[in-house]
Design a protein around this ligand. Structure first.
Ligand SMILES: [Zn+2]
Length: 325
């Protein structure tokens, strides 16, 4: 009895292992038949996570024909990864023969929120900010700041000529913050809807990366956030949603509370800082390196502020946002 049980068990083991062997053969056959097929092969995983705010780069793909010939150029991609918006995006890579899809592969991209550090409330600190550059005055701004070892923030227009953009690495090397103002300063088109706004932002981000090898994490909306009215009415939760979307991208945007250029001069800067109705313990100052008179006034502004015991700092992600809404 015992012997017969042992032999049954042995027969089972034998049949079981045979099953595996057959299974393996079947799989091999399938693989062989696949390699002879027309196919689209993805580089990397078919499901990936991507941090929101980083320009999306497809890991790539290759397509093969019946005889193993490279047909990658005949692949069309359906779908788009909106790297500026948290969500799931499906990309289909379709190998076309005329209008026929002869093979395809799909990739799922999870765009996940970036992380932001907590903000820290500064004390008697001035954040000088310069919009709309870089331009022919930017070098003088840098020299004046260097004279007093003062650090500032530059919100750039990324469609500036390459001869001006070449100063971007120097801005970073000298300890200043490089922020994004926009790619194109055409306000009507920029704020048409979220796609217009964020596409422009990502275009600027690519330019920053091209010239500096890093991405920007602070921003100022062209005209300030109150100008973004058109964009805001297209968002269900208005400014709260805009803020949240930018935070998801790892970006804070800053308006200002001191604008010394109001009257086409900077004479009023002392008045603006010491106005009894305003709390300028923490000041974000709007200037433009495109406005020559503002650049020329910088030296005396810094001298005045240092005498008052202010310190200067570049904006970073720990700087609390000053926003109009
Ligand atoms: Zn501007």
């Amino acid at each position: 009895m015992k012997k017969s049980i042992v032999s049954i068990v042995l027969v089972c083991i034998f049949l079981f292992s045979l099953g595996f062997a057959w299974g393996d053969n079947t799989e091999e056959k399938t693989d062989n038949s696949k390699s002879a097929d027309v196919s689209v092969i993805l580089n990397g995983e078919s499901e990936i996570s991507w941090i929101c705010g980083i320009p999306f780069e497809d890991p790539g793909y290759t397509a093969y024909g019946m005889n193993g010939e490279d047909l990658t150029e005949k692949v069309k991609i359906k779908g788009e990864c909106l790297c500026w918006k948290v969500g799931d995006y499906e990309l289909s890579y379709m190998l076309m023969d005329g209008r026929q899809v002869v093979a395809s592969a799909t990739r799922l991209v999870h765009v996940i929120p970036a992380e932001l550090p907590e903000t820290v409330r500064p004390h008697r600190t001035i954040y000088l900010t310069f919009d709309d550059g870089p331009c022919e005055n930017t070098e003088l701004v840098l020299e004046t700041l260097a004279k007093y070892d003062v650090k500032a923030t530059f919100f750039i227009v990324a469609e500036r000529a390459p001869c001006h953009l070449e100063i971007l690495p120097r801005i970073i090397a000298e300890g200043h913050t490089l922020g994004i103002h926009c790619y194109s300063h055409y306000i009507d088109g920029l704020y048409w809807d979220e796609a217009s706004f964020f596409s422009d932002f990502m275009k600027a981000q690519k330019v920053v990366y091209q010239y500096t090898g890093t991405y920007a994490h602070v921003s100022r909306l062209p005209g300030g956030s109150r100008t973004a009215h058109n964009l805001i009415i297209t968002l269900e939760n208005g400014y709260d949603q805009l803020r949240e979307m930018m935070h998801n991208m790892g970006v804070r945007y800053y308006d200002w509370n001191v604008q010394p250029e109001t009257y086409e001069s900077t004479d009023g800067v002392e008045y603006l800082f010491t106005h009894p109705d305003k709390d300028y313990d923490f000041a974000i100052v709007l200037q433009h390196d495109t406005k020559g008179y503002s650049v020329l006034a910088l030296d005396s502004m810094i001298q005045w502020a240092l005498k008052q015991g202010y310190s200067f700092a570049p904006i970073d992600l720990t700087t609390p946002e000053i926003q109009f809404y």
